[in-house]
Write a new protein. Structure first.
Length: 173
């Protein structure tokens, strides 16, 4: 009878320990889910930025004679006023898809220092991190910002009309 009396309440204690372990596990899973959601949003915005840069790349490649019109000094995308309609539409699309984004497009000068047969464009989009996501730059001028930067070499060659001739008019290759 004494062993029965000494074990009284032990089952309740075991249940409390089991419930507390289970609740910590559920809490950890919910924190993991919240973190995954936060990184999913960050990944989505990075993908959007990359697609917008690729869109501008295509616009510049289709209009190689007026590449300088795509030049954008670093500013809020909603406030920029480039001379090209395509660059204006691109900046508006960036502003619409990435709130408070800053964009810049630097086009290499077409002179003796430029890359032969092409011009280099550096496209940059920076946007703030929202909802406490810790996926952005931790230090420096871009602290707290996500950033997508791409350097593009845009061919500026003009091929001859003869499909069998491999010499290019501007490059002399």
């Amino acid at each position: 009878m004494s062993t029965l009396h000494s074990q009284r309440g032990s089952m309740l204690l075991e249940c409390l320990v089991g419930i507390s372990i289970f609740s910590f596990g559920v809490l950890a899973l919910s924190a993991l889910q919240a973190n995954a959601m936060r990184h999913s949003v960050s990944s989505s915005s990075r993908t959007t930025a990359t697609q917008l840069i690729q869109r501008l790349d295509g616009e510049m490649r289709s209009n190689i004679t007026n590449l300088s019109d795509f030049q954008i000094t670093k500013a809020k995308c909603k406030d920029v006023a480039p001379s090209s309609d395509a660059a204006k539409k691109w900046a508006q699309a960036v502003s619409a898809n990435l709130s408070d984004a800053t964009c810049s497009v630097a086009i290499q000068a077409n002179d003796a220092t430029s890359t032969p047969c092409s011009r280099r464009a550096t496209v940059s989009i920076s946007w703030p991190v929202h909802n406490g996501a810790k996926t952005a730059a931790a230090t420096g001028a871009n602290k707290g910002l996500n950033q997508a930067v791409t350097t593009i070499d845009i061919p500026t060659i003009l091929e001859t009309n003869d499909p069998l001739e491999t010499r290019h008019l501007r490059c002399g290759l």
